[in-house]
Ligand binder design. Sequence first.
Ligand SMILES: [Zn+2]
Length: 164
Amino acid sequence: MSANKRALGPLYVVRNSRIHGRGVFAARYIRKGTRILEYKGERIDNDEADRRYDDTKMKRHHTFLFTLDAKTVIDGAPEVGGGDASFINHSCDPNCEAVITDRKIFIHALRGIEPGTELAYDYQYERTGKNDAALEKFYVCRCGSANCRGTIMKPAKKKKRRRR
Ligand SMILES: [Zn+2]
């Protein structure tokens, strides 16, 4: 870390969120396009992800899984090496986006973010075509944005980002 960054302090802080559980908040102004942090965790395949997270048995309405590519999922749970990015909540009107670079996932600022603002990106959980209506309710969204679509599943026909 550069002396300049130390002087300014960290970009973000993890604390309780009104959206869900813990969240990640800007600790100072974050410029549009800033690479804020990496989505860290254990790299596993889809079968292992299914073993770890069974939607039908889960009480918690989200997981820490993030699809890296067709074969690889990153499990960002704290017990397996997940980092602060795992606590970033979903929003239907996000101020961040996830960008995959060199097989790593980074959270970037989509716009200038004021200190104290909660960071969020659009999870866009994949639709399978099966039980979508039920899953929409399971993955209910309470982000509070004006354009909230009511679910953290992706809208129909949009690019895949995060695994459900
Ligand atoms: Zn929403």
